[in-house]
Design a protein around this ligand. Structure first.
Ligand code: TRP
Ligand code: ZN
Length: 879
């Protein structure tokens, strides 16, 4: 019997970090190089002898030559940091294998074989949280994108689909609950040990494999599908957390019903399990029949979760559930097609949340996220098309571009086709590709045929990076309204020249004289430039453009502030109304940041705000949207070289002016909202939203008064939304109220990790002048650990969003984030690499700060033994 040992990789075992340096430049992988795998894997049997310190995995995989691929006698199995214990082919020990880097190569003589592989892994030492790892005494897995290779040697690529049978055994006391994909088919016990066998009848790629073993309890429920099949639902958590699972379960049932009604998609197993895990790199994972979630997206009750948390849970529960069709039944051929499942599934969860809540407010929120996170990505060094052409580390491509811009691209197809024809397109896509690993091209082709669209040019949205800029000239000639549009997409890395893309624009003309709202029509700009006749022009027309944000573009237009003020007050499209308000404020803030006064702008904004505060025609959720000033990230996007300090000062200045000028109506809004008793309906949620927003404006004008109001709001709070809103204001205001309430918050919630995350986050994102020093001190707090991604993000992601902290002119903020990246990289490369884009923005920032940011990137790049993840992000950010 041959016992081979492959070198352990540095990750998962910090002490081994010196033993296995990563190569200087990890190879770049290209979409054009895709080849089908030479072998099919019809069946996979996994047997786990579970232990936190050590788990032994026996994998029996049945392989057969793939007639659709070029023949190759070599079976290439991916591995990563595995200890190979033994290897057999067709039951006989096999020692003819070779290693190619981390891959195990086995030359097979025949057309069909059974390969048996025994590996050992160390879950408790796995700090990367990829593969099999320990979290709070339980064992769980994360295999997307390439984590399965950290469990056993396997063709770890999404186009190899296999049927899995999983057996696991372990100590009953430590792991009373044993879960995997599909249905439990057998179970038994043997003294202190017990075992279970699970079978998933649906062929799937390895990235959808999951296993959980631990001391868990479940909230159980049932769901009857559209064809009358009965499904057992369970949400598994630690016993203390059980009272906080109701909302997630309700969201799950709503999502299951909605997917039947809106997309015709029915669930396809007898069981649907969700497990909540405290240590998780991302939000959640759609493993077939066994979704694994970050606790953040499962646990909620009014005392510990905000309204935002509730919405986040509903959205992510739906997102992962929807993957059962868009991702699992139809999966991706290769990782370049990631947006096929992610863009589409994000659109599906957005439409679901629009239907469950206020559609207008949800749309505005989604656009805000897109423009503050994806637009900066698209205009920076990490810009990539929604279907990238190459990567070194696929984890780096789970981006706002692939997810959120991907969703916008599919939403445009829906806008062009209309909901019914769009549904015909998705029906055809699911029918045609069920059980397959498909491509973005397959989706577009099905949409063309099923929805009856010509998408020849539209395909450019998949291949081109960058946000198209649309220049708008609006004119009235001979009594008719004319729109002259031209588009240009700026150059992005590797793509110097761009083609025009089809841009669907929903437009309407309003008559300001008669206060008449015009009818909406859809025009499509699919050339570099074009003119559109919008019909007879009203007396004083107001142009409402890109209504509903019908295309993910940046509009360039000189608009008369009066026209904007009119739209901000009267437009019937909620997004367009919000947008008019944003445009009004952006123009003013840019003038202010450049040292101008712009008293007229301030007047116009104050008037618009006053009318928003007093408008009985809108609900408070919408009022809150209209009261939100554009964020710093969005403002920085509006200029070629941003001075974050000046923009911050301008924004705070406007807040103070509004707080001063509207102190009366803001105070009465706060008072009115404070009288609304706690409930989870839209009007009570809206009241909570405007309540804390009013407080932030008052705080900028009159800190002492706001501190008192916030302390009262905090002390009287019967829910986390009010409490957090008040504490957020207090953390920015030095003084006794701040210290006392922060201490109260900590002691009140010290045993609840998710709330302690908020405690870190609130301090790290505060307006306090000493925020940098606070973050340094918090990093030494006994509750801080680099091992938990939620905690790391709570402290450092929050900090990286503060203009006055992260962008401190001294460069200390940049150094702090670079230090974090270097310290975290050996422990959790995926999470470390996610901080690099913050520093990567240097090209769009004024020269003094840019040099400091670049200096930190260079310091990271010079470090020995960077992970593939961080290496790729840093080198791309510097180039
Ligand atoms: N597919 C997951 C989603 O729903 C994303 C995900 C979860 C992920 N965990 C991951 C991606 C770890 C990469 C690595 O969007
Ligand atoms: Zn997803």
């Amino acid at each position: 019997m041959d016992i081979a040992r492959t070198p352990a990789t540095p990750d998962g075992n910090p002490e081994m970090a010196d033993a296995a340096p990563a190569p200087a430049a990890p190879p770049e992988i290209y979409r054009k190089d895709y080849r089908p795998f030479a072998w099919a894997v019809p069946a996979t049997h996994l047997d786990f002898a579970l232990g936190l310190e050590e788990t032994e995995v026996t994998a029996k995989i049945e392989v057969a030559r793939n007639p659709a691929a070029a023949p190759d006698p070599v079976l290439r199995l991916n591995g990563d940091g595995l200890e190979l214990v033994s290897l057999a082919v067709d039951g006989a020990p096999f020692d003819g294998h070779a290693m190619d880097g981390n891959d195990l190569l086995i030359t097979l003589p025949g057309n069909q074989h059974r390969v048996t592989i025994v590996t050992r892994v160390k879950p408790a030492e796995n700090s990367q949280l990829m593969g099999l790892y320990a979290s709070n005494g339980m064992l769980c897995t994360q295999c997307e994108a390439e984590g399965f290779r950290r469990i056993t040697f396997f063709p770890d690529r999404p186009d190899v689909l296999s049927t899995y049978t999983v057996r696991m055994k372990g100590p009953k006391d430590r792991f009373p609950v044993l879960l995997s994909n599909g249905d439990r088919v057998r179970a038994g016990e043997d003294g202190a040990t017990h075992w279970a066998e699970w079978h998933d009848p649906w062929p799937k790629p390895s990235y959808l494999f999951a296993l959980v073993a631990g001391d868990l309890v479940a909230l159980e429920d049932r769901f009857t599908t559209m064809t009358g099949r009965d499904v057992s639902l369970a949400i598994w958590v630690r016993a203390d957390d059980l009272p906080r699972t109701r909302h997630a379960m309700e969201a799950l049932k709503k999502a299951m019903r909605w997917d039947e009604e809106v997309f015709g998609r029915e669930y396809d197993l007898g069981v649907f399990n969700i497990v909540a895990v405290g240590d998780f790199n991302m939000g959640a994972m759609e493993n077939k029949g066994l979704n694994i979630f970050n606790t953040k997206y499962v646990l909620a009750d009014p005392e510990t979760a905000t309204d935002g948390d509730y919405d986040g849970i509903e959205g992510v529960i739906a997102h992962e559930y929807f993957h059962n069709w868009s991702g699992n039944r139809v999966t991706c051929r290769d990782w370049f097609q990631l947006s096929l499942k992610e863009g589409f599934t994000v659109l599906r969860d957005q439409l679901f949340s629009q239907d469950m809540n206020s559609p207008a407010v949800k749309r505005i929120e989604d656009v805000r996220v897109l423009r503050s996170v994806q637009f900066p990505e698209d205009s920076g060094p990490l810009a990539h098309p929604i279907r990238p052409e190459s990567f070194r580390e696929i984890s780096n491509f789970y981006t706002p571009t692939v997810y959120n811009k991907g969703a916008e691209v599919i939403r445009m197809m829906r806008t062009l086709a209309g909901p019914e024809r769009f549904r015909a397109g998705t029906d055809l896509y699911f029918a045609r590709h069920d059980g397959e690993a498909a491509t973005c091209e397959d989706f577009v082709a099905a949409m063309e045929e099923g929805a009856g669209l010509d998408l020849a040019r539209f395909r450019r949205w998949y291949s081109q990076a960058g946000t198209p800029r649309v220049r708008v000239e609006f004119a009235v000639a001979d009594g008719r309204a004319r729109l002259d549009l031209s588009q240009e997409t700026p150059a992005t890395p590797g793509q110097p020249v761009k083609e025009p893309v089809p841009i669907p624009l929903a437009v309407a003309l309003h008559d300001r004289e008669r206060n008449a709202l015009g009818e909406e029509r859809l025009i499509v700009l699919d050339e570099a430039s074009a003119s559109f006749d919008l019909g007879p022009a009203p007396q004083r027309p107001a142009l409402s453009l890109n209504r509903g944000f019908s295309a993910p573009i940046a509009v360039e237009r000189e608009v008369d502030p009066e026209e904007l003020a009119y739209l901000a007050r009267h437009d019937d499209d909620p997004f367009a109304r919000y947008e008019a308000m944003q445009d009004l404020v952006v123009a003013h803030l840019l003038a202010r940041a450049m040292g101008g006064e712009d008293a007229a702008g301030e007047d116009a904004i104050a008037e618009a705000f006053a009318s928003v505060l007093g408008d009985p025609g809108i609900d408070d959720l919408m009022r809150g949207e209209l009261m939100l000033l554009p964020g710093i990230a969005y403002l920085m996007e509006q200029v070629l070289l941003a001075d974050p300090g000046a923009l911050f000062t301008a924004r705070e200045g406007l807040k103070a002016a509004l707080g001063r000028r509207l102190s009366q109506p803001l105070a009465s809004l706060h008072a009115r909202a404070s009288d609304v008793p706690f409930a989870m309906d839209a009007s009570a949620k809206g009241a909570r939203k405007v309540k804390s927003l009013a407080l932030t404006l008052i705080a900028a004008a009159d800190p002492a008064r706001a501190a008192e109001m916030a302390a009262t709001q905090y002390d009287g709070a019967d829910n986390m939304t009010d409490r957090q809103g008040a504490l957020m204001v207090l953390t920015g205001l030095p003084g006794a109220e701040r210290t006392a309430r922060l201490l109260d918050f900590y002691t009140r919630f010290r045993t609840n990790a998710l709330v302690i995350d908020k405690w870190f986050s609130l301090q790290a994102s505060s307006l306090h002048p000493q925020v940098l020093a606070h973050v340094r001190a918090l990093a030494d707090h006994p509750d801080f650990t680099l091992k938990n991604p939620n905690r790391v993000r709570a402290l450092y992601m929050a900090f990286a969003g503060t203009p006055q902290g992260f962008h401190a002119p001294s460069g200390e903020g940049y150094r702090l984030i670079a230090d974090l990246i270097l310290a975290l990289d050996p422990l959790n490369a995926q999470t470390a690499a996610r901080f690099v884009p913050m520093l990567g923005r240097w090209r769009r920032i004024e020269p003094a700060r840019a040099a400091l940011m670049r200096g930190q990137l260079e310091r990271i790049a010079a470090a020995p033994r960077l992970s593939r993840d961080t290496y790729e992000q840093v080198t791309r950010s510097l180039s």
